[in-house]
Design a protein around this ligand. Structure first.
Ligand code: MG
Length: 259
């Protein structure tokens, strides 16, 4: 199942759609994610004429820091013994094709391409004997854009991670993938800057789902950003940054200075 959100041309309203080839079938409003597949679909629209929105509207974005050994090392950090969690606000989300705006108060904003997990049904305290992946709607690409200088200056990650436009997500949410071994690549102006397989994650997706759901209830649409591999680097005005996840597609965003 491949899910998108888009602006309905006739009404201007945001809709959820299921993608089949180049066609998008609208899902009736207020359909819970777990029923998308079986919801009655309207006449399809052509994908290439639609304006895409971020594919989900999360109540929170839970991020994992230092989850690839080489990335922890490149920033001079030790690997954590347990998943290192922080949050990004939903107000930081933008979609495929939108612009990342570099805030004036930062002198170094960096890309962090990541595999993102999207929750399909409420998950609270996932126990042993339950498959954590049964709570997953699908997977998408995410760029955990970071003002590195501000992150280093502050004790908390909040400021450096939370500017508007600092969470590009999309273009689609794709179900049925094996999150234990997906190829992930980040390019800036076509040049590969980060690449890894998710098999290199120190804390894998099932472990993260169980761990996080024992701290906070995960709601449908919530996002878990699983961490970035080595190769993070600066973004400059005019750059084009792409995050590609095997089986999902490519999330593309331009970079501009704060207006
Ligand atoms: Mg990150």
């Amino acid at each position: 199942m491949k899910i998108c959100r888009f602006i309905e041309p006739q009404t201007g309203r945001a809709r959820v759609g299921l993608l089949e080839g180049a066609l998008v079938y609208s899902v009736p409003p207020d359909t819970p994610p777990e029923n998308y597949q079986h919801a009655a679909h309207e006449r399809p629209l052509a994908l290439d004429v639609l304006r895409l929105l971020p594919p989900v509207v999360p109540s929170k974005i839970v991020c994992v820091g230092r989850n690839y050994r080489e990335h922890a090392a490149e920033l001079g950090n030790p690997m954590p013994a347990e998943p290192l969690l922080f949050l990004k606000p939903p107000s930081s989300i933008i979609g495929h094709g939108d612009s990342i705006e570099l805030p004036r108060i930062s002198e170094r904003v960096e890309h962090e391409g990541e595999l993102a997990v999207v929750i399909g049904r409420r998950a609270r305290r996932i126990g042993a004997g339950v498959d954590p992946l049964s709570y997953v709607l699908g997977y998408t690409c995410l760029n955990d854009v970071t003002a590195r200088d501000l992150q280093r200056r502050d004790v908390q990650f909040t400021r450096g991670k939370s500017f508007d436009t600092f969470c590009p997500v999309g273009p689609f949410v794709v179900g049925g993938l094996d999150p234990l071994d997906l190829y992930l690549e980040t390019r800036v102006n076509g040049e590969v800057r980060q690449k890894a397989r998710t098999s290199a994650l120190a804390f894998n997706v099932p472990l993260l789902l169980r761990y996080i759901s024992n701290i906070m209830t995960l709601e449908p649409g919530d996002i878990i950003a699983t961490g970035t591999p080595a190769g993070v680097g600066p973004l400059l005005p005019g750059d084009v940054v792409e995050v590609e996840v095997e089986g999902v597609g490519t999330l593309l965003n331009k970079v501009s200075a704060e207006p």
